[in-house]
Design a protein around this ligand. Sequence first.
Ligand code: PLP
Length: 350
Amino acid sequence: MSKFWSPFVKNLVPYVPGEQPKLTKLVKLNTNENPYGPSPKALAAMQTELNDNLRLYPDPNSDVLKQAVAKYYGVQGNQVFLGNGSDEVLAHIFHGLLQHDKPLLFPDISYSFYPVYCGLYGISFDAVPLDEQFQINPADYAKPNGGIIFPNPNAPTGCLLALDAVEQILKASPESVVVVDEAYIDFGGETAIALVDRYPNLLVTQTLSKSRSLAGLRVGLAVGHPDLIEALERIKNSFNSYPIDRLANVGAAAAFEDREYFEKTCRLVIEHREWVVAQLKAKGFEVLPSAANFIFARHPQHDAAGLAAKLREQGVIVRHFKQERIAQFLRISIGTPEQNQALINGLGQM
Ligand SMILES: *Cc1c(COP(=O)(O)O)cnc(C)c1O
């Protein structure tokens, strides 16, 4: 705190990202990064781009990447918005499309960045409780609102909402923008992008950070009706005209074009997730059904904070949220088979 801070800054409550430890020996299962590297074709494309052209600004519209994304999802270029990670895309969405008199709705247990954006942009919100099984109940969202946002699969629970339930939410609030944050959709869900042509109030966000192993590159996107995309372009061009740098433009485009590598690595993560779930259940854990690259689990006889501390001593980091309702859960990212084995070994006899 300093006398130079504005009252606005004094009152901000920022997001706290998962730890990025400097020690490389640690088995890092705390921030849902992909255990496999990016597509070799994406790396090669970026290496080629690493040249004297870096003195020039990138294409402000990222046309090449936009076309690659549009082609992949079978939509038009003007239905695609790109940003510096989907966190930035979400920030522009909150700023430009979710700031209304009525409260924004999102699940009480959800991505903890949502209330932070509400604080940043002065948006009132109403946290809608997940049901007893930690599931989203679409009927709970059929009430007056200034917008709706939820991750699908949800984070940190990993639970998937079926596409017809997503549609039920869209139908009940035709006058509001409904944002489906699909950061983890490629690990077992079906994207709602197929619905954008039928629902002009639907906006779907995705990221290259999880299923495409490019968290370090910072590229995220939104797909929706051109009118929604235009609002986001207006915000972007009033904030930073060049959010996607030259390396990110070519690397992300190549990652979308390399379907084979993408599908193979997603399959491996799903396969190893099922192994981790079985091992944890054998130790007495209760594991929520996951369609993501992480699982959310609790043990009836062991305190979650204690387990996280014990794992850390064994060199394995997982995420624990000191939050009501989920204080006894651990969120554990799926790693390589070796990392997953280190997790199971670290838990020891229970
Ligand atoms: C990881 C994550 C994001 C942000 O991803 P970036 O593209 O890396 O900014 C957004 N939403 C949810 C639910 C996430 O878990």
